[in-house]
Design a protein around this ligand. Structure first.
Ligand code: SAM
Length: 305
């Protein structure tokens, strides 16, 4: 049985030193087996770290059967099944977990949140997530957050030229905006969910981001309230973002870049719609799978000069 987890990739010759260091710092996920590929070794981590990536690991037989399947988000483990005994076992088996939840709804509504039942540990849906040197306080029942987008946030960050102006139209608690702020002149970070914007403000303070402006607004109206045109626009609302393309094109400067996320069931599904805005280039990139036959994709669009 394979399990996807955060991984640290190091040269084989540094394997033992790294293993000892990870164990000493409580960072090695002992339920999974490290594996070798070429001259490198992949170690499973208990959470995301600066140089982390995602990889699939074999579970140790004994531990796997004892520990229920879950997704780790900061100090919260999210299980699909409402199994209190399994949740208690999970809580004691993994240091760093303070709460075990079960999902009781799909991601729903305009705010893209889920409902949960507390199975074990502290009765809270709030936790701290560490991601590539940033700290995000999140509340899973109040505002959307997914650690699975960490790699995508880094991909976008590494495309930035430095000193860019950025607009995050669907910012949630601010993970894209705060990640991108390190390479930006300033970032406008907007969301329609008041609880998300309150957490976003806390996260800006916690990460000492003085160049991020949190905004509570419907992104369909942003061009009426913002006086700027931006170098880069992020549209991370996969369920609906293509509907806001016209607004994004209004807000992006000629030659700027729009990252439009979409939920698709075929390659190129939204290319026709994007072409109506006559961009100078469009590249499609798969972000992750969503359900059988559906996946999250991102269109990196260059606006015509
Ligand atoms: N970018 C964030 C992240 O990666 O964690 C959040 C992405 S979440 C999929 C989409 C966000 O869009 C939600 O926080 C939701 O509240 C917000 N949203 C939905 N409709 C909106 C609208 N019309 N205007 C502004 N924000 C909206």
């Amino acid at each position: 049985m394979k399990v996807e987890q955060w991984a640290l990739l190091v040269p084989k010759k540094k394997g033992e030193v790294t293993r000892q260091h990870l164990i000493a710092n409580g960072l090695l996920d002992a339920s999974l087996k490290p594996f070798v590929e070429g001259d490198d070794i992949f170690f499973p981590l208990t959470g995301c770290c600066e140089a982390g990536l995602r990889a699939s690991f074999e579970a140790h037989e004994k531990q796997f059967s004892a520990v229920a399947r879950h997704e780790l988000i900061g100090g919260i483990a999210v299980m699909q099944e409402s199994d209190c005994a399994a949740a208690e076992a999970l809580l004691v088996s993994r240091p760093g977990i303070h709460t075990v939840l079960a999902t009781t709804s799909d991601i729903q509504g305009e705010y893209r949140t889920r409902e949960f039942e507390v199975l074990a540990g502290d009765p809270t849906t709030r936790t701290l997530v560490l991601e590539y040197g940033h700290r995000f306080t999140i509340d899973l029942s109040e505002a959307y957050f997914s650690p699975r987008l960490a790699t995508e946030r880094q991909r976008v960050l590494h495309q930035m030229g430095g000193e860019e102006t950025v607009l995050d139209m669907f910012a949630g608690v601010g993970p894209f905006a705060i990640t991108m702020s390190t390479s930006a002149q300033f970032v406008v970070s907007s969301d329609i969910n008041p609880a998300a914007v309150i957490l976003m403000k806390e996260n800006c303070l916690d990460n000492r981001c003085t160049n991020v402006m949190p905004v509570l607004a419907d992104s369909g109206r942003l061009s009426r309230i913002l006086p700027w045109k931006f170098d880069r626009v992020v549209m991370n609302l996969p369920i609906d973002a293509p509907k806001f393309l016209e607004e994004a094109f209004r807000l992006c400067r000629p030659g700027g870049t729009i990252h439009c996320y979409a939920l698709v069931s075929s390659v190129g599904e939204y290319l026709g719609k994007i072409e109506t805005f006559q961009p100078s280039a469009v590249r499609e990139h798969t972000v992750r799978s969503y359900s059988p036959g559906k996946w999250h994709t991102v269109y990196d669009i260059t606006v015509r000069k």
